[in-house]
Ligand binder design. Structure first.
Ligand SMILES: Cc1cc2nc3c(=O)[nH]c(=O)nc-3n(C[C@H](O)[C@H](O)[C@H](O)COP(=O)(O)OP(=O)(O)OC[C@H]3O[C@@H](n4cnc5c(N)ncnc54)[C@H](O)[C@@H]3O)c2cc1C
Length: 292
């Protein structure tokens, strides 16, 4: 591992001031949440000197609130903590299962879904699940902060919309309406601890007669960034989420994807798999929304 300095600010203002100082002096700074990506990268692929800014001591990044209208998941909240939160599991089971897929129990004791987002890998498991539940990124900066829908946050492979002097405070998620639910599925060649070949997050809301009145579909690992697929949602909305609607949504996901071929699968295979995952995730979200 290369040389690094470590700071653990006690307030958001202090964190912003350290980030600001680093930016103006041209020194490299990097935020540390769980470190399950960052430390691996510092040991193996990127040994350059930097200042590590640990955000785990900030009250704001440790917030985990389930409010009447909004859910807030702070950027230092690890997956293991989320998975022990009964209200979160009941309201956002798909997002929780995405967090629960990240690594092992030990990894989940450190890893955060905001770190997963900021790492901005095309295969980051929680990113499609965040998009499906309309998550918005709460960004701290010296101008009072800004917010960005998750689907606009990741800009490319390993890149995102954060500018110098900014960091992520947490995610804001609208509390799901009655008769709503979500699901996330991924496919990996092994049974666990692998990178997704394809992933799909779906959220649905059902009217009293079972018709789908709202939906969001997002896909991962089949394009340079996770993608919101409006055409897949349109195929679901207005239907009873029957086989024909699921089929059409799956096809829309295949069409929206632009996968690569690598050792985990060919582009053609990934296009097929993402359609299957969409159909299955939508069926699970429907079942959960009906309380079955
Ligand atoms: C054994 C193992 C298995 C894994 N399995 C999976 C898997 O199945 N699926 C998957 O998607 N990932 C997996 N990962 C990758 C990793 O665990 C996840 O991406 C995790 O969610 C990263 O979160 P973190 O809090 O540890 O991020 P960190 O490592 O702390 O940070 C990751 C990146 O985001 C930046 N960052 C973090 N937080 C912020 C913030 N608040 N503001 C600005 N920038 C920030 C950091 O500077 C760094 O560049 C695995 C990793 C390991 C080691």
């Amino acid at each position: 591992m290369g040389a690094y300095a470590y700071v653990a600010p006690q307030s958001v203002d202090e964190a912003l001031s350290v980030l600001g100082e680093q930016a103006s002096s041209g020194t490299r700074a990097q935020v540390l949440a769980g470190g399950t990506d960052l430390l691996v990268q510092m040991r193996s692929i990127d040994r350059g000197a930097r200042t590590i800014i640990d955000i785990k001591k900030l009250a704001e990044t440790n917030r985990l609130d389930v409010g009447a209208d909004e859910i807030y998941i702070g950027a230092a909240v690890c997956s293991a903590l989320m998975n022990e939160h009964e209200a979160l599991k009941a309201l956002l089971p798909g997002l929780m299962e995405a967090g629960d897929l990240i690594g092992s129990t030990q990894i989940q004791g450190r890893a955060t879904i905001c770190g997963n987002l900021c790492n901005s890998s095309p295969a980051g498991d929680s990113i499609p699940a965040q998009i499906a539940v309309r998550a918005v990124v709460d960004i701290a900066n010296a101008s009072g902060g800004r917010q960005l829908p998750v689907e606009e946050f990741v800009t490319g492979v390993g890149t995102n919309a954060l500018e110098d002097g900014e960091f992520v405070l947490g995610l804001k998620i609208p509390r799901p309406a009655e008769n709503s639910s979500d699901a996330y599925l991924r496919f990996i060649p092994r049974t666990e601890m692998d990178i997704a070949v394809a992933g799909c997050g779906v959220s649905v809301t059902l009217a009293e007669d079972g018709t789908c009145s709202a939906a969001r579909v997002a896909i991962g690992a089949v394009a340079p960034t996770a993608l919101l697929v409006p055409a897949a949602a349109e195929a679901l909305i207005g239907s009873k989420l029957d086989d024909a609607a699921l089929q059409a949504a799956g096809e829309a996901c295949s069409t929206a994807s632009s996968p690569i071929t690598d050792k985990r699968g060919t582009a053609e295979y990934r296009r097929k798999v993402v359609a299957v995952l969409c159909r299955r995730a939508a069926a699970i979200a429907k079942q959960r929304a009906t309380g079955a």
